[in-house]
Design a binder for this molecule. Sequence first.
Ligand SMILES: NC(=O)c1ccc[n+]([C@@H]2O[C@H](COP(=O)([O-])OP(=O)(O)OC[C@H]3O[C@@H](n4cnc5c(N)ncnc54)[C@H](OP(=O)(O)O)[C@@H]3O)[C@@H](O)[C@H]2O)c1
Length: 324
Amino acid sequence: MVIKTICILGGTGFVGHSLAARLVSEGYNVVLITRNRERHRDLLVLPTLKIIQANVFSANVLRNVFDDCDAVINLVGILNESGHNGKGFKRAHVELAELVVQACRETGIRHLLHMSALSASENGPSHYLRTKGKAENLVHKSANTHAPDSLAVTSFRPSVIFGPHDSFINRFASLLKLMPGFFPLACSGSRLQPIYVEDVTSIILKCIGNPVAYGKRYNLCGPRAYQLIEILEFINDQMGLQTRIIGLNNRLSWLQAAVLEFAWNKPFSIDNYNSLQVDSVCDAAMPAWFGIEPKYMEEIVPAYLTHDKHEKLSLFRSRARRSG
Ligand SMILES: NC(=O)c1ccc[n+]([C@@H]2O[C@H](COP(=O)([O-])OP(=O)(O)OC[C@H]3O[C@@H](n4cnc5c(N)ncnc54)[C@H](OP(=O)(O)O)[C@@H]3O)[C@@H](O)[C@H]2O)c1
């Protein structure tokens, strides 16, 4: 199957930025659909990339855009919804996946690459994991890997993803900087196996138009699993902070989620708390044919997390004064 032009839904986000740049550098034409073209003008420096501002939930829009494409990558996903009843998750994950599959069929798209999440399951503990699981099953059911000319599907199930513009490490870093000496951490014992964004995009690239990947669901993890509290301590160290991180028990973790659920921008929610009740770690290494030696957080994060030099120096001086 020859793939030249790829449409990415959700291509303006953290993973999308990295993926779009890689696809363009590999010679693909890339079409992104976004709700706000102006906000993502930075991507227009990529020479073979086009950004279309349109509603991804419109069947007509999807058909029109897919008509000129050979493959589709769906990266749309949300970690929190504006409401509280799961409808937002259902719309962004399940309803969109249905529309995408339908439009792929109608326009003869040959390969749909779908971004799910590790531990996604229709029986999962949170709206996030249940809707991700439902969407994943739905796209795979729609595919027929045996019939020539039919739609092939590959899905990716990453643990948490890190990289210079992530909203995981960076968000905790900002919160740690704000806290006055201590940080109450919910679900501190939850286990995660972070994977580097460039490793994720390398894997997606290997799979595009590759029959070996048709019908497959790939769990994606970095080389090491950590408890959430270990990751926070690592960030704390990297930032040169001495914030004390206090792991909350289960009841207090839930209480923190119940309160922050109503804070501006929902920094933590009951749904996030529920997602963290299952570990997000892999039980097997990734396939050797990916040719990936996954990067450790420790190799990548320090370069984007350390304070700038002046900030570091004044922190060092103030500590020296305190201890002197
Ligand atoms: N980052 C992680 O740690 C992680 C871990 C596991 C799985 N994943 C999955 O990987 C995918 C990409 O993650 P990411 O971190 O790159 O996400 P992101 O930075 O939040 O970007 C998600 C993109 O989805 C689009 N989007 C979000 N809500 C939408 C809505 N209601 N309607 C239409 N479009 C919407 C946005 O596009 P516009 O604003 O331009 O319209 C945005 O560019 C997601 O499916 C996510 O669930 C991520």
